[in-house]
Design a binder for this molecule. Structure first.
Ligand code: GDP
Ligand code: IMO
Ligand code: MG
Length: 430
């Protein structure tokens, strides 16, 4: 049996939460390995909606859930999410939910800095979720971060906070903002510490035990390959590596324990925030996709930008993250369109190219080249077998497989947990 890594193949919000929840039925453990509460993963179970940001989607089924060292953790957001889920009857315990001791914290200084940078009016913003994700990762790499385990020792924590604020207060002075008082921050951290410390433990060891016992691990990625800090549309990206390789570094397993990478792709494309988007539709069709797909962000409520499926980008994601099979989601949103388009290449300066260029200037100048498809009569909504799909919907999926050079392992046809068509079980391996 294989361990499965789930990653988004576009710009996030591909439906990872639904697919992870569906697959977690077959898994023993579910682990997050990057990102933080910038993620918004929605699950619908028998009409009840669960929204997860920091906690792995496996918590809803009561699976052992791990938050790896690669995740950045806002302890206040963690406590709030836990409370909210308890209200819905989901009650993780320190036995079923473990947070890595060596994960870095997101603090109010990070949120403030994210907010300050994003409030510029010179058109140079990223359109972040303003959760402090970027600044927290900056401090981690800058070796100034407060880590989860530091909350267990007030004296050590005080030293770390002094070091951190030495840096941040200089920045705040530059921005003309009031400085942070180290004693106040330490007091606030000591107050929240009891909410998080009971859940803290060696995640790498839990995973090692699971591997040795031949248990099945599901690694839940956040964001998507095109938001990866290296492989994405830099600088319009998040501040972590979102590619599947990060599942190993961000949780403490070796790469040989990642046996199948499942890339999640929407049957069209969306993006939240700024940045290039070659197939974006600002017309009625884009509007219709947004309405039918209910494309509003889970985290910020922002309207998502919509456009046609971009086979060039997904194909490139298949390569850069190493996708073994794709879960194609939201096919039902395309019901009722008379005509559909898929981007199969770009024109740049009169030349045809088949890869997404790195230069931002080139990215903005790309003209998509489309292949046109006839839409389908009838509905795919809620379909649970191939036989239920209209012939043109099958053609659309088969052509996407050809264009991206990768098999569709799963197809999702509604937000509901069980509305999935399984072609190839990722837990059976490549
Ligand atoms: P994630 O961030 O990748 O987990 O995706 P989000 O949860 O942010 O966004 C996906 C949205 O689409 C959620 O509201 C899901 O409930 C919904 N969804 C997932 N799969 C399907 C599907 O196959 N069809 C439809 N119509 N909605 C879906
Ligand atoms: P899930 O896991 C879609 C986007 C933000 C912004 C950029 C940087 O639900 O797919 P950040 O706050 O991370 O510094 O913002 O990344 N972004 C997402 N877009 N889905 C997400 O997560 C996202 N997480 C961050 O909109 O453009
Ligand atoms: Mg989301």
């Amino acid at each position: 049996m294989a361990n499965v890594v789930v990653v988004g193949a576009q710009w996030g919000d591909e439906g990872k939460g639904k697919i992870v929840d569906w697959l977690s039925h077959r898994a023993d453990l579910v682990a997050r390995f990057q990102g933080g509460h910038n993620a918004g993963h929605t699950l619908v179970v028998d009409g009840t909606t669960y929204k997860l940001s920091l906690l792995p989607s496996g918590v809803v089924r009561g699976k052992t859930s791990l938050i790896g060292n690669g995740v950045v953790i806002d302890p206040w957001a963690f406590a709030k999410e836990l409370e909210r889920l308890k209200g819905q009857g989901v009650k993780p315990t320190p036995e079923t939910l473990v947070i890595a001791e060596n994960a870095a914290l997101i603090l109010p200084v990070h949120r403030d800095l994210d907010e300050l940078r994003e409030s510029r009016d010179d058109g140079m913003t990223i359109g972040t979720t303003r959760r402090g994700i970027g600044p927290a990762y900056e401090d981690k790499v800058g070796r100034r971060a407060i880590r989860v385990i530091d909350l267990a020792d007030e004296e050590f924590l005080t030293n770390r906070v002094n070091d951190l604020l030495h840096h941040h207060n200089a920045l705040r002075r530059g921005y003309g903002r009031e400085e942070y008082d180290p004693a106040e921050l330490v007091a606030a951290l000591m107050e929240i510490a009891p909410s998080i410390l009971p859940f803290v433990g060696p995640v790498w060891k839990k995973l090692d035990q699971a591997v040795r016992c031949d248990q099945k691990i599901l690694f839940e990625g956040a964001q998507g390959v095109w938001l990866d800090v290296d492989h994405g549309t830099y600088p319009y990206v998040t501040s972590s590596n979102t590619v599947a390789g990060q599942a190993a570094a961000g949780s403490g397993v070796g790469p040989r324990d990642l046996s199948f990478v499942l890339g999640i792709a929407k049957a069209y494309t969306t993006r939240v925030g700024e940045g290039p988007f070659p197939t974006e539709l600002s017309d009625d069709i884009g509007h219709k996709l947004g309405e039918r797909g209910n494309e509003f962000g889970t985290v910020t409520g922002r309207q998502r930008r919509c456009g046609w499926f971009d086979a060039v980008m997904v194909k490139q994601a298949v390569t850069t993250t190493g996708i073994d099979g794709v879960a194609l989601t939201k096919l039902d949103v395309l019901d009722g369109f008379t005509e559909l388009k898929v981007c199969v290449g770009y024109k740049l300066g009169g030349k045809r190219i088949r890869r997404f260029p790195v230069s931002r200037v080139d990215q903005e100048a790309l003209q998509p080249v489309y292949e046109t498809f006839e839409g389908w009569d009838g509905s795919t909504k809620g379909a649970r077998s191939w036989a239920d799909l209209p012939a043109n919907a099958v053609k659309y999926v088969r052509r996407i497989e050809e264009l991206i050079g990768c098999q569709v392992s799963l197809l999702s046809t509604s937000p509901e947990r069980e509305d999935v068509i399984l072609m190839k079980d990722p837990f059976r391996g490549r």
